[in-house]
Write a protein that binds this ligand. Structure first.
Ligand code: LMR
Length: 433
């Protein structure tokens, strides 16, 4: 069984053998030069997991919330919205920019219910194919209208950020974010990089629950970052994939954005309903860009739509209906707020349980980072080789950067702590501290 698991997991690490490639090349001359793409560092883990026949396998790779039995969760508010849709609403094309209602509600969530920017119609916004689609639309817009600009991306970041700006052909620079020794924020490194970037640079910021580290700046630090952005005239682009999922309160999780708005920045924002409404496969999201005035917003929106049209014409309708029904109806919205808080609280509880259990096992190491980090992931500090061993020997699937998704069964917590402790005992040194 271990051998089979090893085969599955190593599939995400090894390219296809040369002979196989040559055989393919001979079979088809037209596409013979096409080599298999490397496995995706996150979704490739799911592929390897699915290929593993072990009954004991656990997948803590992809960021998708699970219940106590390790099963996917559909929120009650979503089920109710679907009941209202079924048989009642048509499935016509949405406009190129997507559902007006869904966009309106999304803007209230990100910019605040009474936002003056919404009232003044200063925000250009379109429905997007979840957070990825929103980032990609923005990256294409950046390339088209500011072709000489680059994007500063935190180290580390969600692996797909690199793919998105690469495919949009926007040059990438990185900025300091994570401090491996403290398992926290490298605030002075981050501030230095902001200061040293050329004036008017584009920065990608995670609005909350930084993926993969779970390390967010404090409110005070966000204020300093915003101030320095103002001095340098940088443009902040917020990826907000976890609003509500970090603290349990969407308003609190939007704090960084609100600070930048108070300080008078123009901002961009990618929103996703994958995590906070559990609409992963519905690809429901929103891209917004705060402009100087209404006229500029109209122009920017029309250009975003023009970028979307040849790619997918107009966005899918079902997820947008679900989102707008939930956020438009006070009763359903309060059910959603309760459910999103329930998910966030459960993850916070899991963090505490894992830390306590590790301490009770007599681990001499500090596990403070487990409860200091926030959101769906624990950035464990495990090396790629240690992750490979967990996969090969215990059928535990996770990304090779040591990121653990935090929302699965109690059974998993026990299993995980056993494995981590095993490593500590075996290695006899502070590899995971
Ligand atoms: C993740 O980080 O696991 C999720 O955002 C899923 C994905 O598309 O990578």
């Amino acid at each position: 069984m271990a051998a089979l698991s090893r085969a599955a997991s190593s599939a995400i690490r090894r390219p296809l053998p040369r002979l196989q490639l040559q055989a393919r090349a001979m079979a088809s001359s037209l596409f013979g030069h096409v080599e298999p793409a490397p496995k995706d560092p996150i979704l490739g883990v799911t592929e390897a997991f699915l290929a593993d026949p072990s009954p004991d396998k656990v997948n803590v790779g992809v960021g998708a919330y699970r219940d106590d039995n390790g099963q996917p969760v559909v929120l009650d508010c979503v089920r109710e919205a679907e009941r209202r849709i079924a048989g009642n609403l048509n499935m016509e094309y949405l406009p190129m920019g997507g559902s007006i209602k869904m966009i309106e509600e999304s803007l209230k969530l990100a910019y605040g219910e009474d936002s003056e920017f919404i009232k003044d119609k200063r925000i250009a916004a379109v429905q997007a194919l979840s957070g990825t689609g929103a980032c990609r639309l923005f990256a294409d817009f950046q390339k088209r209208f500011l072709p000489d600009s680059q994007i500063y991306i935190p180290t580390p970041t969600w692996s797909n950020h690199h793919n998105i700006w690469r495919d949009a052909q926007v040059p990438q620079k990185t900025f300091t974010y994570y401090h491996p020794e403290s398992r926290g924020l490298d605030f002075s490194g981050l501030m230095n990089d902001i200061k040293n970037a050329p004036d008017g640079s584009f920065f990608l910021l995670h609005a909350c629950a930084h993926n993969p580290t779970g390390v967010d700046p404090t409110e005070e630090q966000w204020r300093e970052i915003s101030h320095q952005f103002k001095v340098k005239k940088h443009f902040p682009f917020f990826d907000m994939a976890y609003q509500g999922f970090a603290s349990g309160d969407p308003e609190r999780d939007a704090k960084a954005i609100r600070i930048f708005l108070e300080d008078g920045h123009q901002i961009g924002c990618a929103q996703s309903y994958a995590k906070n409404m559990g609409l992963y496969g519905q690809r429901a999201g929103c891209l917004s860009i705060l402009c100087e005035d209404e006229m500029q917003a109209v122009a920017v929106k029309s250009q975003l739509q023009q970028i979307a049209r040849p790619m997918y014409s107009n966005p899918p309708v079902h997820g947008a209906l679900v989102v707008s029904i939930i956020l438009n109806d006070p009763e359903l919205k309060s059910l959603w707020l309760k459910e999103v808080k329930g998910m966030a609280d459960r993850i916070i509880g899991m963090r505490k349980a894992l830390k306590e259990n590790l301490e009770n096992l007599g681990s001499p190491l500090s596990w403070e980072h487990i409860t200091n980090q926030i959101g769906m992931f624990c950035y464990s500090g495990m090396t790629p080789e240690q992750v490979d061993r967990l996969t090969d020997e215990y059928h535990i699937y996770m990304t090779r950067n040591g990121r653990i998704r935090y929302d699965t069964s109690r059974f998993f917590i026990t299993l995980m702590q056993c494995c981590i402790s095993l490593y500590l005992l075996e290695d006899g040194e502070n590899k995971l501290s």
